[in-house]
Design a protein around this ligand. Structure first.
Ligand SMILES: CCCCCCCCCCCCCCCCCCCCCC(=O)SCCNC(=O)CCNC(=O)[C@H](O)C(C)(C)COP(=O)(O)OP(=O)(O)OC[C@H]1O[C@@H](n2cnc3c(N)ncnc32)[C@H](O)[C@@H]1OP(=O)(O)O
Ligand SMILES: NC(=O)C1=CN([C@@H]2O[C@H](COP(=O)(O)OP(=O)(O)OC[C@H]3O[C@@H](n4cnc5c(N)ncnc54)[C@H](OP(=O)(O)O)[C@@H]3O)[C@@H](O)[C@H]2O)C=CC1
Length: 515
C-alpha cells in the first residue's frame, strides 16, 4: 500500500491554479491515487464566458480525466469550485466559503500565477507576490492545516549560474514593492520596472523570486515547502504519455516548427534543455506534501524539479528528435517543410530570420493579395518571432540546480511510493519522451486526426517540390541578371560551360574506347 496515497485519504485539499496546466494534472493524480480523499477545493474565476461549473465540467470531461472516472465515479461530488479572483482583496471569496476553507483545509497546493513574461509589474506582483502573502495569511488561520506547498520556478534565481535549494534574498523587500505599487501610477511603475528587475530577464521570474521571499517571511507558524520546476513539458507516463494542453514554453515552438513557420532559433545547441515532465513535477509535489506534513521539517525546504544534472539533454538533440518525429508524424497543412537550425551567433540568427522567416512570409502575403485574399502571414510570423525572442534568454544558457533535497526525499520513499509517485528523472528516455510529446501536441493540443497523416506527408512532398522549383527559378533569374551586367560573371559562365563540354567529350571518348 502506498503511504503517500493513504495520507491523502480523507483529506480536504485546497488547490489554487487548478484550471492551469500543472493544476489539472495534480487534481487528476490525486483523485486517481487517493479516491477516498474528502474534498478538493479549487479557487476558480469565471473565464471566456464560462461559469465556474462549466469550467469544472469541461475539465472533468476531458480525456485527461477518463481514468479518474473509472476509479472515482463520484469525482463531481468531491470537487468544490469556489469563486475567487486572486488579484482581489481576500480573493473576493464569499464569507461562507472563506469560513469553510479556513475550518476544513488540511493541505494547500499553491499553483496559481501569471506565467506571462511580459505582464505588467503591477499585475505580476498582485498575482505572484501579494496573492501568495494573502494565501499564507489565510493559511495561518486554518486550525487543521498540515502543510502548504508553494510552486515557484527553477528560474526564480536565473541571474545566478549555480542554484542551491535555498531561498535567496532579493535586492528590494517584497513588502516595499507591494506598498509602493499602492500609490504609484501605472506609467511610473512601468518606467521603474526595468531598474527594479535588474539582471532578471523578465518580470515573471523576478516576481516569482519575490514570492519565495514572501514565503520565507510569512512561514513562521506554518509548515511550508517550495517546489521549483524548470520547463514543464507534456506528461511522461501518467495518466498517458504526451498529454499537453497549452501553448506555453516549448509547446508553441514545437507547433511553430512542425508547421514550418519557425526553421531557425537563436539557441546554443549544446546548452542544457532543462525540460521536466508535468507528471514528474506532480509526483514530487504529492510526495513533498506528505513528507512536509508528516515529518514537519524545522525550516522551509526547497525542492528542485529539474532534469539537467541527473539526465541532461541539449537543444540540438531535442531539435533533431523533434524533426525526426515530424518526418514520421507530420502536422497538417504545414506552411513549409520543418527544419531546425540552432545558432547562438547574432549575425547568423538575423540572416536566418530574414531569409527563412520574414522573406517567405512576405512572399506568401503577396500571393494572398494577388489572389484577392487578406494577407496574414507576416503578422503570424512576427508573433512567433516575438515569442521566440522572449524565450531566447533560456535557450542560450545552462544552469546547475542542486537536487539534494529532491534526492533525499526519493530515498525516504518506500519502494511502492517510488513506483506510484515516481519523480526519478534518471529513468526518462529522452528520445521516447520527445516523440510522445510531439505526438501529444498533434493529438491533444491541435486535435489533429491521425488518419490525416498520409495527406500531411503528401502535402510536405508538394512543399519540397515547390521549394526545389522556387530555388532553381531564383538561381536562374539571379544568374541571368548577373550575366547580363557583369563581364566576370560571363567569363565564369563560359568557363563552366566549356569545362562541362570538355568533360562530357572526354567521358564519351573514353567510354567509346572501352567498347
Ligand atoms: C528551429 C526550430 C526549432 C525546432 C525544434 C524545436 C525544439 C524544441 C524547442 C523547445 C523550445 C523550448 C523553449 C522553452 C523555453 C522556456 C523557458 C521558460 C522558463 C520559465 C518556465 C516557467 O517558469 S513558467 C512558464 C513559462 N511561461 C511561458 O511559457 C509563457 C510565455 N508566453 C508569454 O509570455 C506570452 O505568450 C508572449 C510570448 C509574451 C506572447 O504574448 P502575446 O500577447 O504577444 O501573445 P499571446 O500569448 O496573447 O498570444 C497571441 C496569439 O499568439 C499565439 N501564440 C502565442 N504564443 C505562441 C507560440 N509560442 N507559438 C505559436 N503561437 C503562439 C496565441 O495562441 C494567440 O493566438 P490567437 O490570437 O489566435 O488567440
Ligand atoms: N509551465 C511551466 O513551464 C512552469 C510553471 N511553473 C509554475 O507552476 C505554476 C503553474 O503553472 P502552469 O500551470 O503552467 O500555469 P497556467 O498558466 O497553465 O495556470 C495558471 C493558473 O493560475 C490561475 N490564475 C491566474 N490568475 C488568476 C486569478 N487572478 N485568480 C484566480 N486564478 C488565477 C489560472 O486560472 P485561469 O484558468 O482562470 O486563468 C490557472 O489556473 C505557476 O506557479 C508557475 O509559475 C514553474 C516552472 C515552469
Amino acid at each position: 500500500m502506498s503511504m503517500i496515497a493513504a495520507f491523502y485519504g480523507g483529506k480536504s485539499i485546497l488547490i489554487t491554479g487548478a484550471t492551469g496546466f500543472l493544476g489539472k494534472v495534480l487534481m487528476e493524480k490525486l483523485f486517481r491515487t487517493s479516491p477516498d480523499l474528502k474534498v478538493i477545493y479549487i479557487l476558480v474565476r469565471p473565464k471566456a464566458g464560462q461559469t465556474l461549473q462549466q469550467r469544472v465540467f469541461q475539465i472533468l470531461n476531458s480525456k485527461l480525466f477518463e481514468k479518474v472516472k473509472e476509479v472515482c465515479p463520484n469525482v463531481h461530488e468531491k470537487i468544490r469550485a469556489i469563486y475567487a479572483d486572486l488579484s482581489q482583496n481576500d480573493f473576493a471569496i464569499s464569507k461562507e466559503d472563506m469560513q469553510e476553507l479556513l475550518s476544513c483545509t488540511n493541505i494547500i497546493f499553491h499553483c496559481a500565477a501569471t506565467v506571462r513574461f511580459d505582464d505588467t509589474l503591477r499585475h505580476a506582483v498582485q498575482l505572484n507576490v501579494t496573492a501568495t502573502r494573502q494565501l499564507l495569511l489565510m493559511a495561518s488561520q486554518m486550525p487543521k492545516l498540515e502543510a502548504v506547498i508553494h510552486i515557484s520556478t527553477a528560474y526564480s534565481n536565473c541571474n545566478l549560474k549555480h542554484i542551491d535549494e535555498v531561498i535567496y534574498p532579493c535586492p528590494v523587500e517584497p513588502k516595499k514593492i507591494i506598498d509602493s505599487l499602492e500609490w504609484l501610477d501605472d506609467a511610473i511603475i512601468e518606467e521603474i520596472a526595468p531598474k527594479l528587475i535588474r539582471d532578471w530577464p523578465n518580470i515573471y521570474t523576478y516576481t516569482k523570486a519575490l514570492g519565495e521571499m514572501v514565503v520565507q517571511q510569512e512561514s513562521r507558524s506554518l509548515t511550508i515547502a517550495i517546489i521549483r520546476p524548470s520547463i514543464v513539458g507534456a506528461t511522461w507516463q501518467e495518466p498517458f504519455p504526451g498529454w499537453v494542453d497549452n501553448i506555453n514554453g516549448p509547446n508553441g515552438l514545437i507547433i511553430a516548427a512542425g508547421k514550418g513557420f519557425l526553421r531557425a532559433l537563436k539557441a546554443a545547441p549544446k546548452a542544457v534543455a532543462d525540460l521536466i515532465p508535468v507528471d514528474t513535477v506532480v509526483n514530487l509535489m504529492l510526495a513533498v506534501g506528505w513528507y512536509t506534513a508528516v515529518h514537519r521539517p524545522k525550516s522551509t525546504l526547497v525542492y528542485h524539479s529539474t532534469s539537467g544534472n541527473l539526465n541532461p539533454c541539449n537543444w540540438h538533440k531535442m531539435g533533431v528528435q523533434v524533426l525526426a518525429t515530424f518526418e514520421k508524424i507530420p502536422l497538417e497543412r504545414a506552411f513549409r517543410r520543418p527544419y531546425a537550425n540552432f545558432t547562438s551567433n547574432n549575425f547568423t540568427s538575423q540572416y536566418w530570420n530574414a531569409v527563412s522567416h520574414q522573406a517567405p512570409a512576405i512572399i506568401y502575403d503577396c500571393y494572398l493579395r494577388l489572389t484577392g485574399r487578406k494577407p496574414r502571414m507576416t503578422k503570424v510570423m512576427n508573433q512567433i518571432l516575438r515569442t521566440a525572442s522572449m524565450l531566447e534568454y533560456f535557450l542560450n544558457r545552462s544552469w546547475e540546480w542542486s537536487t539534494y533535497n529532491t534526492e533525499m526525499l526519493m530515498s525516504e520513499l518506500s519502494p511502492e511510493d517510488q513506483r506510484v509517485f515516481n519523480f526519478d528523472v534518471r529513468q526518462l528516455n529522452w528520445l521516447e519522451y520527445i516523440e510522445n510529446y510531439v505526438l501529444g501536441v498533434k493529438k491533444y493540443l491541435l486535435k489533429e486526426d491521425m488518419a490525416g497523416i498520409p495527406e500531411a506527408k503528401q502535402h510536405l512532398k508538394r512543399l519540397r517540390n515547390i521549394h526545389y522549383l522556387f530555388n532553381t527559378a531564383l538561381f536562374l533569374i539571379v544568374w541571368r541578371l548577373l550575366i547580363a551586367r557583369s563581364q566576370m560573371a560571363r567569363n565564369v559562365w563560359f568557363f563552366i560551360v566549356s569545362f562541362c563540354y570538355k568533360f562530357l567529350s572526354y567521358f564519351r571518348a573514353s567510354s567509346t574506347l572501352k567498347v
